[in-house]
Design a protein. Structure first.
Lengths: 480, 715
C-alpha cells in the first residue's frame, strides 16, 4: 500500500507539475507547429483506435505451431538432400552458422532428405508434402513464404520474438498491439483470446508472457481460454444471484473503485472496472459463441470429429472461427509438439494428423461464410529445422535441430496474394531470393490491418516503442 | 594591405572570367582538383560576408564627420573586400570542381554563371563603393541585387549537391504520381526508362555524354558508347551495362559512380530481366507469362492502389457515437474515411428497429454484417436503403430469399453472403442479371445442387462459393473418451464412464479382450460399465454414415496386496527415477515417459524387493509397463518373480519372457501377468530385464533398449 501512495504522490510531484505547466505554455507557443495541415502535409494522429488507412483484414487468427515444424518435410521440397543423403553438409553452405548445444558436439552433419513424398498443388504449383493432404486442397488460398528467417536459435527467444517483436520478454504481444491500435470490435468479448493445445510430439512450453500486454494498458492483455469443457471459467452467476443483482453489485463496486481511483489515480483501477464490465457482458456473449453442440454435421466433418473434444487443436480452430466471426480482433492458437529432434518422421506424422485437417477447414469455413477476405490467417512456427540429421540417420528415421536461417510459414485471407514467396538454395539452408525477417512479417501483417508499423507506437520509459522496434518493411510481394 | 588584397581579387576575377570563357578546353591537374573540392567549404564565407556587408552598407552615414563614422565606413570597406575575395576564390574553386564528372550539365552551367556574376559584382561594388554610397537609392539597389544574386547562386549550388527539390520536398504532397494502368504498361517505357532517367541520364545526355554514351532514346541505347554496345543477352554477364552495375562499389568502372544514387535491387532486377529477355522496346507487361519475373516486378511496382475513394460526406460524429452500442458497432473504415462499417453482435439482443435506426447514416454504410442475426425478409427493404453498401453479410439469418430483388437497387454491392439461409429456388430468379455482384457465398443453403449449378450459369460474372459439402465425405469418428481416467486401478467394484461428442453416435464395448462389433457388443449407456475384477476394456463409436472409430483399449486392474516397504537393489536411470514407492501407489503411469511417474531402466536391470508385514498368499504378479518403441522403450526380455518368508530364502516362482515386437507401433501401456501356484510369502523379489540389443529393424539397432515400469499388482 505504501508503494501505491508513494506512486500516487509521484503522479503529482513538482517535476510533473512543472513539466505539465511547460507543456501548457509551450503548446500555446508552438501551436502552429502542431497544426497538421498548415503546410499541406498530412501527418496523421498517432493513436485513435482506427486503422491508419483502409485495411484489407479486420482480424487475425494466428495458428502458432510451437516447437518449429520441419519446413523440409512439409513445404520446402529439396530433392538434392535425398540425392546427397548421408553426405556431409558443405562448409560453404553452413557458413559458420551457430548451432544449438544439442548438435554442436556432433562429429558430423550428414544431410537428411525427407522421407515424405512431395507433389505440386493448385494453380501456383505449390509444393506440399504428403503429410498435408488437406492443406493441399486449399493451396489456391494460401501464400507459402519459404524464406522466413530469425536471429533466435532456441525456442523461448524465438517464440517471444514472433509474439512480441523482441527476443527478451515483457514487450506487448502482437495481439495486444492490435487491441491497442484498433480497439475491440465486439465490446462483449476480449479483443485478444488465446487457445492452447498439445500434440503428441516432443513439446516446448508456452508461457503467459507470450500474450502479455507488456507496458500497454492491462485491458490489452490476451485472455487465455481454458481447454476444458468450459472455455471461460466461473462465468455463471452463483445460485440465488440473478442478472439484476449482479448488475447492482457491479455498480456498487464500480462506485467504490472510482472513489479509490480519484484518491490514487492508478490507471490499473480503471482497467479493473472495465474488465468487470466486460465480464458481465461476457456472461451472455461467451456461451453464445463457445457452444459447439449445435454445429452442423458438415462442420464436424470438415474440421474432423475431434473438433468437439475440448482442448484439441481442431476444437480450438473451430472456436477460433467462432470467436473471430464474433469480432475478436486476434485469436492466438498455440499447438505444441513440433520439436522433432529425435524421431522426427514419427512425430511429425502425428502432428500433421492433428493439425492439417482443422487448419485447412478453418480456411474453407471462413471462405464459405464470406469472412476469409476480412480475416488474416497465419500458420507457422518460431524457426525451421536443419537439413542435416541430429542423432542417428537412416532413410526412415532422423532428427533435425533448430534452424533460423530459413523456414516456411503460410498466410491466407485478407489482402494476401496466394502462391509461393521466396526461394531457398537447393540444400534448403540459405535464402537465395526475397528474405522475410520476423520484423518484416510483423510490418506486413500490420499493413494488412491498416496500420503503419512505424506509426503504431507507445511511449514508455522515455522512448517510443513499436512492434517492429526499429526495423521491418512491408513485404509487397505477398500483398494481393 | 587593402591594396594587396584588392589586386589579388582583381587577378582572380580576371582569371575567372578568362577560364569561364574557355572552360570547354580546361584540363585540371589533380592537385588543383583538391583545391576545387574545397569549394563547398569556402563558399559559406562569401555568402555570410556579403549578406553582412549588404546590410552594413544600408546603415552607413552619408558623410564622414566623426571618428565613429569613419570607423564604420572602414569596417564596411573590409567587409566588402573580404566578401569580394572569398567570392572570387569560391567561384574559381567551383569552376575547378565543375570540371569533374557527374554533375547535371544544365544546372552546373547556370550555377557557374551566377557564381561569376556574384564574384565580379562584389569586386565592382568595392571598386565603386564611394559612388554607390553617395546615393541612398543606388546603395539600396546594389545591396538588394547582390543579396538576390548570392541567394540565387547559393540555392543553385545546394540543388546540385542535395538534389533538385531538396528545399521544398517536405512541402510537397507525398502522393505518388499517377501510375500507368498495368494492362497498358510497356516494359521499356514504364519500367526501364524511368530507371534510366532517374539514375543514368544525368551523366549520359546530349549535354554531358560521359563515355560518349547517350541514354535518352532507344536508338542511343542501342548504339552504345565508347566501350561498345550496352548489352548482349547471350553473354553470361549480359553485357556492359549489367556488368558495370555489378562491379564492386570500389571498382573505378562501377556504375553509377560512387557517391551517386545507386540502383536498388528491384531496379537491377528489372534491367537484368529485360535485357535477358531480349531488350524489346515494345514488349507489353500483360503479354508476359504469369510467372515471368518481369511481370511479377511490374505488378508490384505498377499496382494501382485498390483503395476505393468515397465521394459522399462523412456522417456527423455525434450521430455515429449515439448509434454505437455494445451490440451494434459502427466504425469508419479508416482514419479520415467517411465510409462506415456496421457490425451486429449478439443475436439475443437484436430486433429490426436497430436496423431501421441506421437511417441517419444510410449513405455512409459500405459494409454491413448481420451474420446470425434474426433478420427477416421484410428487413431487406431497410437494407436496400443503404445506397452505398459494398459488402453485405446475411449468413445464417432468417431470410428466405423472397425479397432478394430489393437488394438489386444497391448498385455498388459486390459481395453478398447468404450461407446457411433457407433460400427457395423460385426466388433465385431475382439474382439474375446482377453484373455488379462479384462474390456470392452460398454454403449450407437449402438449395439443390442443380439449382446452384443453374444459378452459376446465369451469374457468370459472379464467383459463387458453395464451400464444403459434407454429403460427399465419409469421415471417421473419434475414439470414445474415458471420463474417469484415474480409475485404472480400483479397490472396490467400480463404474467405467465413457463419453462421445457427436450427436447420435453409440459406443459399443467388450470387457473380454475381444474387439467390439457393431451388432452384438453391448451398447454403452449413461449408467456406466460396472467392473469387479481386472479387465481390459475395448470400446468403439458407431454412427450411420460415418466410419466407426478406432478402438479404445484400456486395462483396469483390481488392486491387490500393497507392499509395506520396497527396496530397489539397482537404481533406475536418474532421469526416470520415480520413487520406488510408486510401484504400489495404486496409480498407473501415464502415456508420457517423461512425466516422472515411471521408473526407467537401461544401464541397469530392474530388481526390487517388496516386503509385507503380514504373510500373504500370492498366485499372480502383474507388471504394468510402458511400450514406446519409437522412443526405444521396449517390453522386457524377461520378468522374474521370486518369493519367500525372508530375503535370504527366496525361490523362483515364475519366469516370463514376453514376446518382442517386430515393428514400430504406437505407444501403449501393457500388463505382463506372471501366474504361478499359490504361495505364502513375506518377501517378493521382482526382476525385469531390458533389451540389450535393439533389433535390426529398429532405428537404434544394436543400442540398449529401455524398460519402463510403474505399478506392480500382487494378487
Amino acid at each position: 500500500m505504501e508503494k501505491e501512495i508513494l506512486e500516487h504522490g509521484l503522479n503529482t510531484n513538482r517535476r510533473k507539475f512543472l513539466s505539465k505547466l511547460g507543456i501548457g505554455i509551450g503548446s500555446a507557443a508552438l501551436g502552429s507547429l502542431l497544426m497538421p495541415d498548415l503546410f499541406g502535409s498530412k501527418e496523421e494522429a498517432i493513436m485513435t483506435g482506427l486503422p491508419h488507412f483502409a485495411p484489407k483484414a479486420k482480424r487475425v487468427i494466428y495458428l502458432f505451431q510451437n516447437g518449429a515444424p520441419s519446413q523440409l518435410d512439409l513445404f520446402d521440397y529439396k530433392p538434392k538432400l535425398n540425392e546427397m543423403f548421408g553426405q556431409e553438409l558443405p562448409a560453404s553452405i553452413r557458413m559458420g552458422q551457430r548451432l544449438t548445444g544439442m548438435t554442436s558436439g556432433q562429429a558430423s552433419y550428414p544431410l537428411a532428405g525427407s522421407v515424405f513424398k512431395f507433389s505440386q498443388h493448385g494453380e501456383h504449383g505449390t509444393w506440399l508434402s504428403e503429410l498435408l493432404p488437406y492443406t493441399s486442397k486449399i493451396a489456391n488460398d494460401i501464400c507459402v513464404i519459404k524464406t522466413m528467417h530469425t536471429e533466435a536459435i532456441n525456442h523461448d527467444p524465438a517464440l517471444t520474438f514472433f509474439q512480441t517483436g523482441a527476443q527478451v520478454g515483457n514487450r506487448p504481444s502482437f495481439g495486444s498491439w492490435l487491441s491497442y491500435g484498433l480497439g475491440s470490435e465486439n465490446k462483449n468479448l476480449p479483443a485478444f483470446c488465446v487457445l492452447l493445445s498439445q500434440g503428441k510430439g516432443n513439446g516446448q512450453g508456452v508461457y503467459s508472457k507470450l500474450w502479455t500486454n507488456g507496458f500497454l494498458d492491462a485491458t490489452h492483455q490476451g485472455v487465455q481460454f481454458s481447454s476444458g469443457e468450459n472455455p471461460v471459467l466461473y462465468l455463471n452467476n452463483p445460485d440465488a444471484i440473478d442478472k439484476a443483482d449482479r448488475r447492482k453489485m457491479l455498480d456498487q463496486v464500480a462506485a467504490l473503485n472510482n472513489e479509490s481511483y480519484n484518491t490514487f489515480g492508478d490507471p490499473e483501477i480503471q482497467a479493473k472496472i472495465q474488465q468487470y464490465e466486460m465480464a458481465f457482458r461476457m456472461q451472455t456473449a461467451v456461451p453464445e459463441v463457445t457452444d459447439l453442440r449445435n454445429e452442423p454435421k458438415d462442420v464436424i466433418k470438415m474440421y474432423g470429429p475431434d473438433c468437439l473434444i475440448p482442448g484439441t487443436y481442431a476444437a480450438n480452430c473451430l472456436l477460433a472461427r467462432k470467436l473471430s466471426e464474433n469480432g475478436v480482433r486476434f485469436v492466438q492458437l498455440y499447438h505444441q509438439g513440433w520439436d522433432g529432434h529425435g524421431n522426427l518422421p514419427g512425430e511429425i506424422r502425428g502432428q500433421c494428423k492433428d493439425t492439417d485437417q482443422a487448419s485447412a477447414a478453418l480456411i474453407t469455413d471462413l471462405k464459405q461464410r464470406g469472412l476469409l477476405d476480412e480475416t488474416l490467417v497465419i500458420w507457422g512456427g518460431e524457426f525451421g529445422r536443419t537439413n542435416f540429421c541430429q542423432g542417428p540417420l537412416t532413410r526412415e528415421m532422423y532428427g533435425r535441430d533448430h534452424h533460423p536461417r530459413c523456414f516456411s510459414i503460410w498466410m491466407a485471407g485478407g489482402g494476401i496474394k496466394p502462391g509461393v514467396y521466396g526461394e531457398t538454395d537447393e540444400f534448403g539452408y540459405n535464402i537465395t531470393e526475397n528474405p522475410v525477417h520476423v520484423n518484416d512479417f510483423h510490418a506486413t501483417a500490420l499493413h494488412l490491418l491498416g496500420l503503419d508499423h512505424e506509426k503504431l507506437t507507445y511511449k514508455h520509459l522515455g522512448r517510443r516503442y513499436r512492434l517492429t522496434d526499429v526495423a521491418g518493411k512491408v513485404v509487397k510481394g505477398i500483398l494481393a | 594591405m587593402k591594396n594587396v588584397v584588392y589586386n589579388i581579387t582583381l587577378g582572380i576575377n580576371s582569371l575567372l572570367v578568362f577560364l569561364v570563357l574557355f572552360s570547354e578546353s580546361l584540363l585540371i591537374p589533380s592537385w588543383l582538383q583538391v583545391v576545387g573540392r574545397m569549394h563547398p567549404l569556402l563558399l559559406h564565407f562569401p555568402i555570410v560576408l556579403l549578406v553582412i556587408a549588404a546590410v552594413w552598407e544600408l546603415f552607413l552615414p552619408k558623410k564622414i564627420a566623426t571618428k565613429e563614422e569613419s570607423l564604420k565606413t572602414e569596417i564596411g570597406d573590409y567587409l566588402l573586400l573580404s566578401a569580394a575575395i572569398t567570392a572570387a576564390l569560391s567561384a574559381l574553386m567551383g569552376l575547378f570542381l565543375s570540371q569533374e564528372e557527374g554533375y547535371n550539365a544544365e544546372a552546373i552551367a547556370w550555377h557557374k554563371w551566377t557564381g561569376v556574376v556574384v564574384s565580379t559584382a562584389a569586386f565592382g561594388w568595392f571598386t565603386f563603393k564611394k559612388t554607390i554610397r553617395a546615393s541612398l537609392l543606388l546603395s539600396r539597389l546594389v545591396s538588394g541585387a547582390s543579396l538576390a544574386a548570392i541567394i540565387l547562386a547559393g540555392h543553385q549550388g545546394a540543388n546540385i549537391t542535395h538534389g533538385e527539390d531538396f528545399l521544398t520536398a517536405p512541402l510537397q504532397s507525398k502522393n505518388e504520381e499517377a501510375k500507368v494502368p498495368l494492362e497498358d504498361a510497356v516494359v521499356f517505357t514504364d519500367l526501364v526508362k524511368p530507371i534510366l532517367e532517374k539514375k543514368c541520364i544525368n551523366c549520359h545526355n546530349s549535354q554531358k555524354s560521359k563515355g560518349e554514351l547517350l541514354m535518352e532514346t532507344p536508338e542511343q541505347l542501342l548504339k552504345g558508347g565508347k566501350h561498345g554496345k550496352l548489352w548482349n543477352a547471350d553473354s553470361a554477364d549480359l553485357g556492359l551495362l549489367v556488368h558495370r552495375i555489378h562491379l564492386p562499389m570500389d571498382a573505378k568502372e562501377h556504375m553509377p559512380p560512387a557517391g551517386k544514387p545507386q540502383l536498388t535491387s528491384d531496379e537491377i532486377a528489372i534491367l537484368r530481366y529485360w535485357i535477358k529477355s531480349g531488350a524489346d522496346f515494345k514488349q507489353k507487361v500483360n503479354e508476359l507469362a504469369g510467372s515471368d519475373p518481369l511481370k511479377i516486378l511490374a505488378e508490384s511496382l505498377l499496382k494501382t492502389s485498390e483503395v476505393e475513394t468515397y465521394t459522399f460526406k462523412a456522417a456527423n460524429e455525434g450521430t455515429i457515437k449515439k448509434l454505437n452500442t455494445n451490440y451494434r458497432v459502427i466504425a469508419p473504415l479508416a482514419l479520415g474515411s467517411p465510409a462506415l462499417s456496421v457490425d451486429f453482435f449478439g443475436a439475443s439482443q437484436f430486433d429490426n428497429t436497430q436496423l431501421k435506426a441506421l437511417q441517419d447514416i444510410n449513405t455512409q454504410i459500405v459494409q454491413l454484417n448481420l451474420n446470425k442475426m434474426p433478420v427477416k425478409d421484410e428487413d431487406l427493404k431497410t437494407i436496400a436503403g443503404f445506397e452505398n453498401l459494398r459488402k453485405l453479410n446475411l449468413s445464417f439469418t432468417q431470410i428466405t430469399g423472397r425479397t432478394l430483388n430489393e437488394l438489386k437497387n444497391l448498385k455498388f454491392l459486390h459481395t453478398l453472403s447468404l450461407s446457411g439461409t433457407k433460400l427457395k429456388n423460385a426466388d433465385l430468379a431475382a439474382l439474375k442479371d446482377w453484373p455488379a455482384l462479384k462474390a456470392l457465398k452460398l454454403w449450407n443453403v437449402s438449395l439443390a445442387k442443380k439449382d446452384i449449378m443453374a444459378l452459376k450459369s446465369v451469374l457468370s460474372r459472379t464467383d459463387i462459393e458453395t464451400g464444403f459439402d459434407g454429403d460427399t465425405v465419409i469421415a471417421q469418428l473419434s475414439m470414445p473418451i474415458l471420463v474417469n481416467d484415474d480409475m485404472q486401478v480400483f479397490q472396490e467394484d467400480t463404474k467405467i464412464k465413457l463419453k462421445h461428442y457427436v450427436n447420435g453416435a453409440v459406443i459399443r464395448y467388450t470387457l473380454d479382450g475381444t474387439a467390439p462389433d457393431s451388432l452384438t457388443s453391448p451398447i454403452y449407456t449413461e449408467e456406466g460399465i460396472l467392473i469387479n475384477k481386472t479387465a481390459v476394456l475395448n470400446a468403439k463409436v458407431y454412427l450411420d454414415g460415418w466410419i466407426s472409430s478406432d478402438t479404445l483399449t484400456q486395462q483396469f486392474y483390481r488392486a491387490g496386496f500393497r507392499a509395506d516397504s520396497i527396496r530397489l537393489a539397482q537404481q533406475p536411470h536418474p532421469q526416470y527415477s520415480g520413487k520406488g514407492k510408486m510401484l504400489f501407489d495404486g496409480k498407473l503411469g501415464d502415456k508420457n515417459f517423461k512425466s516422472g511417474k515411471w521408473l526407467g531402466f537401461k544401464e541397469t536391470f530392474f530388481e526390487g524387493y517388496a516386503y509385507f508385514n503380514q504373510p500373504i498368499r500370492v498366485s499372480k504378479v502383474t507388471f504394468s509397463a510402458l511400450i514406446d518403441i519409437g522412443s526405444y522403450i521396449m517390453p522386457p526380455t524377461e520378468l522374474q518373480v521370486w518369493g519367500g518368508s525372508s530375503a535370504s530364502d527366496l525361490v523362483l516362482l515364475k519366469t516370463l519372457n514376453p514376446q518382442q515386437p517386430d515393428k514400430i507401433s504406437p505407444m501403449n501401456l501393457q500388463g505382463f501377468e506372471c501366474s504361478f501356484n499359490p504361495k505364502q510369502v513375506r518377501v517378493l523379489k521382482l526382476v525385469g530385464k531390458s533389451v540389450q540389443k535393439l533389433p535390426t529393424w529398429h532405428p537404434g539397432k544394436g543400442d540398449k533398449g529401455w524398460f519402463f515400469v510403474d505399478e506392480v499388482f500382487v494378487n
